[in-house]
Design a protein around this ligand. Structure first.
Ligand SMILES: Nc1ncnc2c1ncn2[C@@H]1O[C@H](COP(=O)(O)OP(=O)(O)OP(=O)(O)O)[C@@H](O)[C@H]1O
Ligand SMILES: [Mg+2]
Length: 308
């Protein structure tokens, strides 16, 4: 349903002396999402997860420069096509609850999303009622403005907004952040239901345990690139994970060795030729310093490492 190849996103910055400098936030990023599948994207803060989500919706900031190929249902995602599909066939559950319009009652916002994505005028009232009920929101909440909601309520309203219509691809950016455990479980279960009904779901999260509750596959991001794609089952067992970073993430889980994973990526200098992960890697050697590994097929998944 969705394919992303060689995606790079950079920003122009002006430094001292008004010198223009390009900062690369995403490089050589790869992603596939199939119909009927939940693809989890995991990675630590700053890995480029939200930028990817914004690229898929065509809502990157104006000063962002994007290169690479994006395909949706087999056809290129051009700027014009993105504008047509946004909210209709591709829906976003945004990471920030400030994405709600502060001047519009939340019921009206959810109803507007439903109409945009093809729910008829006659059925919109019922659809809003059902969407609210699904996410544990009372009908009265519809009359409130966003500032009158708690953080968790606002997040549930955002999820209702993105899932009420007929969008085939749901991009969920941290949809369970700040939710209590039962509500988070329900939200994840609903994303699973949407996938089982034939939709593609991109579940972006830094919470691996949450992702593994429902995902079919996991794409691992690090410093703006894809390091590994693995079946969720490989994560559940651990032994079949290939990349040193993915293994470190697995070992950091409380259910496993609970070892500390390095929090901040030690970035290689811009433009340096080797593997971007090498300064964090215990297995690095001269080959890693010479040449950046390409993402390659490995078993049922993919990995970007010379030694995996
Ligand atoms: N508008 C912008 N201008 C310049 N740099 C940006 C902009 N938006 C994001 N970035 C940079 O891009 C990188 C990736 O940001 P992004 O928001 O995608 O991270 P993330 O993986 O979603 O992190 P988190 O888990 O904290 O949400 C960061 O280094 C960030 O500073
Ligand atoms: Mg983010």
């Amino acid at each position: 349903m969705l394919s992303v190849y060689d995606l790079s996103i950079s920003f122009s910055h002006y430094s001292f002396g008004l010198k223009k400098r390009e900062v690369r936030a995403i490089e050589d990023l790869y992603l596939q999402v199939s119909a009927g599948q939940i693809m989890a994207v995991i990675g630590q803060s700053g890995a480029g997860k939200s930028l990817l989500a914004h690229a898929l919706l065509g809502i990157l900031p104006r000063h962002a420069l994007l290169t690479g190929s994006l395909f949706f249902k087999g056809r290129p995602l051009t700027e014009q096509r993105l504008a047509e599909l946004r909210g209709r066939e591709i829906a976003l559950i945004p990471q920030s609850i400030t994405s709600l319009n502060p001047l519009l009652r939340v019921g009206a916002q959810v109803a507007r999303a439903a109409r945009l994505s093809g729910v008829s005028k006659k059925k919109v009232g019922l659809a809003v009622h059902q969407a609210f009920a699904r996410y544990g929101l009372k009908d009265d909440v519809a009359k409130l403005f966003p500032h009158q909601l708690s953080g968790g309520m606002a997040r549930r309203v955002l999820t209702a907004t993105a899932t009420i219509g007929k969008a085939d691809l749901i991009v969920a950016d941290e949809p369970v952040n700040g939710l209590d455990v039962p509500t988070a479980k329900e939200t994840l279960a609903h994303l699973r239901e949407l996938a089982d009904s034939g939709k593609g779901v991109l579940l972006i999260t830094h919470d691996i345990e949450a992702a593994l509750q429902v995902a079919d596959k996991v794409t691992v991001f690090w410093a703006g690139t894809t390091l590994e794609v693995a079946a969720a089952d490989n994560f559940r067992e651990g032994g079949r994970l290939r990349h040193p970073y993915t293994r470190a993430l697995w070992n950091a889980l409380p259910t496993n060795a609970f070892l500390l994973a390095r929090q901040q990526p030690a970035l290689t200098p811009p433009g340096s030729p080797g593997c971007p992960f090498r300064l964090c890697c215990a297995r690095q050697d001269s080959l890693c310093a010479e040449r950046a590994p390409k993402l390659r097929n490995a078993g049922q998944g993919m990995v970007r490492c010379h030694h995996a």
